[in-house]
Ligand binder design. Sequence first.
Ligand code: 13P
Ligand code: SF4
Length: 311
Amino acid sequence: MTTATLSRMQEEVRALARERDAVILAHNYQVPEVQDVADLVGDSLGLSREAAATEATAIVFCGVHFMAETATILSPDKTVLIPDPDAGCSLAASITGEQLREWKAQHPGAIVVSYVNTTAEVKAETDYCCTSGNAKAVIEAIPEDREILFLPDMFLGIWLERVTGRKLTIWMGECHVHAGIRPADIERWQAEAPDAELLVHPECGCASQCMAFGNERTHILSTEGMINFAKASSKNRFLVATETGILHRLHKEAPEKRFEAVSERAICKYMKMITLEKLRDSLRDWKHVVTVEPEIAARARGAIDRMIEIG
Ligand code: 13P
Ligand code: SF4
């Protein structure tokens, strides 16, 4: 797409959003041209909070399906659209409602903490949802004598055990994008760029090893946490261990600083299914409406509200 076509389409998207009274929410991993037309770009927690608070008539969610589902549950009176309904999440697909019911039956009395990267059906079986932005605070809010079933991301679970000192019973799921960022990627970079700060998402396969480095230059953060950290830091160079879409936002928010992806392969094909064209079509043709069965939504709501309130 030429620059002129791109900016024409961006203007079309903005005009349609105004006409339809729709707010455009985009995750930090979205392609640059989608991030640039959004009303808010953020992490799962920030976008959920905005979805709950917005006064717009409709929400167009430029992210993956579980995020749009969460917005539907939080704002049942609004229309929630997703530009591509097939934008899934391999981590959310790693546990079903049925599997969670069986797991709970094996651990009677345990508290269930689900990462927000789960389906509405799994959230309906959950006591507390959390995101990478508030997972530590959520675990700390649970009485120490209660067993916690944590799902579905094992790397986030292992990191939480370390930072909270709590023993968790962890589901062995993983995100294929983050699990693919290996300790060897980090080691190579740390040798090549000893002056750089390392920003690591807790879903990464390398997150637990990074902590073992005991290194004050390594920071385990949610995507929004990375942006806030880089902006506030007095340092100038950062290595980024998460999906590469975040680099656009980092460059935009801290243009004077240097950011490099630890792994150029860290690309989420689901996040990239949302394009500017599909966003335009979504607003123009009022598709694809994201619905959640009312009974499931009602059961999932309490766990999501707890997530919004904590941290
Ligand atoms: P954040 O909540 O940190 O934005 O992460 C969401 C996600 O899907 C990470 O892969
Ligand atoms: Fe899911 Fe991983 Fe993509 Fe995040 S990066 S949306 S966890 S598949």
